[in-house]
Design a protein around this ligand. Structure first.
Ligand SMILES: Nc1ncnc2c1ncn2[C@@H]1O[C@H](COP(=O)(O)OP(=O)(O)O)[C@@H](O)[C@H]1O
Ligand SMILES: [Mg+2]
Length: 373
């Protein structure tokens, strides 16, 4: 979908009446004041009424419009259910969209909802899932995203049915490099930077040709500026992906995302879940299981058996080296996303066939070895 829903709106339904708009403008101020002031500073003066008005790259939709788009949220359009609620496929003016109904009893309250709407609507990058609309009506909260036809990376890596072909090595590296670029946009190209807070395989969605995009910034907050850090009062995120310092103190920085991304790299390489309660204690937490094996250079144990040995050993070692740095316990020792992206882009560009396998040997200093701020 190349265009926001707002420019397609006429075909979908009628515009809201003024009373409806007024109702929404009363809801809007529930976004946190610090977030609003940050937005005002970065956007040159944002008023909350713009949430249901112009100034954003997405538009307000009525519940009726979304009801029609999903044929009354019919089961046949059900895509899945996450921590915040159910997701349905819909059609708005001929374009496929994914509509997320936020669970009113879930964690995502008004503040998070408007934060997500405001933050996401300003983002535009080929590796970020686009928010195209939202609905905030009668206490209901729905988000409308561009539809990603190949679903989440998770469904291509874990518990594959016998008839589903596993992703090959080159595709896995391409997906990781693209996802890193999406995260880099949040960390580096957005001012103030955005901490994703929920980097995980199920939040990497795939388009045609396995083009990856990060999704779900429902937990995202505007990140620290300058030397400031951001201390969250609530620890959120997904077990197995959370950086140790985040779990212990709720202290969150851009490097917490790097830890989570390191876990994603490990999942993609090993085909194992970040946290797998079905495994023995020593193997339950992927990062804790993989790190000593990488240290001992026992690389081949770490390759996903579903790859059937079809990977470049050099690439395997390089990708594991990146993951190892990302999941370091000490946050300051983790690389910056720019280093991670550079390394993964390099690995992904060196497409090798299994027949060109070499002996294990770490490459000389790749960009990821430079430790940033
Ligand atoms: N934009 C989208 N396009 C296609 N499928 C999506 C989209 N967003 C979410 N989904 C699917 O809906 C399901 C639930 O997603 P979500 O609520 O984000 O939960 P989670 O991230 O925990 O899996 C997942 O299977 C996901 O693949
Ligand atoms: Mg998700």
């Amino acid at each position: 979908m190349g265009c926001c829903v707002s420019c397609e709106k006429g075909a979908v339904g009628e515009r809201k009446d003024p009373a409806e708009a007024e109702k929404q403008s009363q809801i809007a101020p529930t976004a946190s004041s610090s977030e609003m002031s940050r937005l005002e500073a970065s956007k040159g003066g944002v008023n909350t009424k713009f949430i249901s008005n112009h100034g954003l790259d997405c538009t307000s939709l009525t519940y009726d419009e979304l009801d029609v788009a999903t044929e009354r949220f019919a089961q046949k359009h059900f895509l899945g259910k996450g921590g915040f609620g159910e997701v349905y496929k819909g059609v708005l003016d001929g374009n496929h969209v994914a509509i997320k109904i936020l669970n009113p009893n879930g964690m995502q309250g008004n503040r998070e909802f408007y934060t997500e709407v405001m933050v996401l609507s300003r983002l535009d990058h080929p590796n970020l899932v686009k928010l195209v609309g939202y609905c905030a009506e009668w206490g209901q909260r729905l988000l409308v995203y561009e539809y990603m036809p190949l679903g989440s990376l998770e469904t291509h890596i874990f518990d594959l049915s016998p008839d589903k072909k596993p992703l090959d090595w080159n595709t896995r590296m391409k997906i990781l490099a693209g996802a890193a670029q999406g995260l880099q946009h949040l960390h580096v190209s957005t001012d103030p930077p955005i901490i994703n807070r929920d980097v995980k395989c199920s939040n990497i969605l795939l388009g045609e040709g396995y083009h990856p995009k990060l999704s779900d910034f429902g937990l995202a907050k505007l990140g620290p500026t300058g030397d400031d850090t951001h201390v969250s009062t609530r620890v959120m995120g997904t077990p197995g992906y959370c950086a140790p310092e985040y779990l212990e103190s709720g202290h969150i920085t851009l490097r917490s995302d790097i830890y989570s991304f390191g876990v994603v790299i490990l999942e993609v390489i090993t085909g194992r879940r970040a946290l797998d309660q079905r495994r023995g204690k020593a193997e339950r937490n992927l990062a804790e299981w993989a790190t000593p094996l990488i240290n001992k250079k026992e690389y081949s144990i770490l390759a996903d058996p579903a790859l059937s040995g079809q990977y470049s050993e050099t690439s395997l070692v390089q990708a594991l080296a990146v993951a190892q740095l990302c999941v370091r316990k000490t946050a300051s020792q983790r690389p910056l996303i720019t280093d991670v992206t550079a390394a993964l882009t390099y690995i992904s560009s060196r497409r090798r066939s299994a027949s060109s396998r070499r002996s294990f040997r770490m490459q000389p200093a790749s960009p990821v070895h430079q430790q940033g701020k």
